[in-house]
Design a binder for this molecule. Structure first.
Ligand SMILES: NC(=O)c1ccc[n+]([C@@H]2O[C@H](COP(=O)([O-])OP(=O)(O)OC[C@H]3O[C@@H](n4cnc5c(N)ncnc54)[C@H](O)[C@@H]3O)[C@@H](O)[C@H]2O)c1
Length: 396
């Protein structure tokens, strides 16, 4: 069963009557971005848009940019969808609200250009409806994180690997321009070397989550050599930041919120490294890829994050304790052996992309948010605030 809701606001782009209107709108959008943005990125966005429209005009269907975000109601997605709308893109979400997380889209239904298809990406009829009329696809939906994938191994394989393959195969023949897949830096697993991992480093997936991400990456990079849609893999750092679907099961958010609430915190393996990236920067990286020329992104893998946001767990605690007092116990040999630092030179050098947000600046922001009561009732609906359990009907 699929439920479709079209934004009740006036659809952005609905007044574009013909091909020349769509071209004119695309040029106006890109020109507007020249102010206040990296001029090279803005110029490349125009180049990419014109090349997309040129291809589309040969197939006879010239449409304004319309991005489908699969998993757009999640922690990263609910921020990304709003950024895409702000940028003037029609934006559709396909999501099955696995964590009863439909609240994250509240306020969007009267946004011009927004629509929702509620359903499972593995359902062909749902997918067909979601893909109708879109020009680009961002695949976020999956079971995200080691604990939830361990708890639901079959569902994880079915959604993250088989389901993702079904989605990509369904794009062929639809004139889809870009396909962006959010993978994870967890794929680097446990590194023997102190050198930061780059995109060519060995992958050592240590969980079903990472195994399925590596599996789909491989499928995509192979298919992407000849596919109509231009695929790109983004290996994303562990996310932090405020979101419409907040997650408190992610290290920076979890540690900061617990100490801000005055809870005692056990921290396992304090010297293990991990890179972090703000949710708004993740949205920014996806948008940069959507707007980059084909030759820079087809079949490419980019790590997403910033060198200065590589932290050990102890460094995050130190950062928090510069603002508030807290009780922390360090424990060795926890159940998560991941330890990796990552290099973000490629995305910086090739796409000019640099995150704008730091762990250092976010920690006091979250302390303030928690202490001022923003998440007062989060304990009453813990399922909404992290990937702990799934909605039964969505788990079949
Ligand atoms: N959050 C992080 O720290 C992090 C780090 C690295 C990579 N990523 C990647 O970013 C993406 C988004 O992560 P997130 O933190 O927003 O996760 P999330 O769990 O908050 O969001 C996932 C969304 O996908 C939806 N979904 C799951 N299965 C579905 C299905 N079968 N059909 C339709 N919708 C389905 C869920 O309802 C949810 O809204 C994922 O691909 C993840 O691997 C996240």
């Amino acid at each position: 069963m699929a439920l479709t809701i079209d934004g009740i606001g006036e659809t952005r782009g609905a007044d574009l009557n013909g091909t020349s209107d769509v071209y004119a709108q695309a040029i106006r959008n890109c020109a507007a971005r020249m102010e206040g943005e990296d001029p090279l990125a803005a110029a490349e966005a125009l180049q990419d848009e014109l090349s997309r429209l040129d291809k589309a005009s040969r197939s006879g269907a010239v449409l304004p940019r319309h991005v489908l975000v699969i998993g757009g109601a999640g922690y990263v997605g609910s921020v990304m969808v709003r950024e895409l709308l702000k940028r003037g893109y029609q934006t559709r979400v396909l999501d099955n609200f696995l964590y009863s997380n439909s609240l994250s889209l509240e306020g969007l239904y009267d946004e011009p250009g927004f629509s929702l298809v509620m359903g499972d990406l593995r359902d062909e009829e749902v997918l067909d409806r979601a893909l109708d009329g879109v020009t680009d696809v961002v695949l976020l939906a999956s079971l995200v994180g080691d604990p939830i994938s361990k708890k639901f191994p079959d569902l994880t394989r079915s959604v993250n690997q088989a389901g993702s393959e079904t989605v990509f195969k369904a794009l062929e023949g639809r004139g889809i321009h870009k396909f962006v897949f959010t993978s994870t830096c967890s794929n680097y697993g446990m590194r023997d070397s102190d050198e930061p991992a780059d995109e060519t480093s060995d992958l050592k997936p240590l969980s079903i989550y990472a195994e399925t991400k590596v599996g789909f990456e491989q499928f995509l990079l192979e298919q992407g050599k000849t596919s109509e849609a231009i695929p790109t893999v983004l290996r994303i750092s562990t996310a932090f930041g405020l979101s419409h679907r907040m997650r408190f099961d992610l290290t920076v958010n979890e540690f900061t919120a617990a100490l801000a609430k005055g809870e005692a915190l056990d921290v396992y393996d304090k010297d293990t490294w991990r890179p972090y990236c703000h949710v708004r920067d993740i949205a920014g990286a996806v948008i940069r890829v959507l707007e980059a020329p084909e030759e820079k992104v087809r079949g490419e893998v980019f790590n997403v994050g910033a060198d200065e946001n590589n932290y050990t767990k102890a460094m995050i605690i130190d950062e928090i304790l510069t603002h508030i007092d807290g009780k922390v116990s360090y424990v060795e040999k926890g159940s998560d052996p991941r330890n990796y630092r990552v290099s973000f030179a490629k995305i910086k050098n090739e796409l000019g992309f640099e995150p704008r947000h730091s762990v250092k600046a976010f920690v006091p922001e979250l302390i303030e948010a928690v202490r001022s009561g923003l998440y007062l009732r989060s304990e009453e609906i813990p399922g909404y605030y992290g990937n702990y359990d799934v909605r039964e009907e969505a788990a079949a």
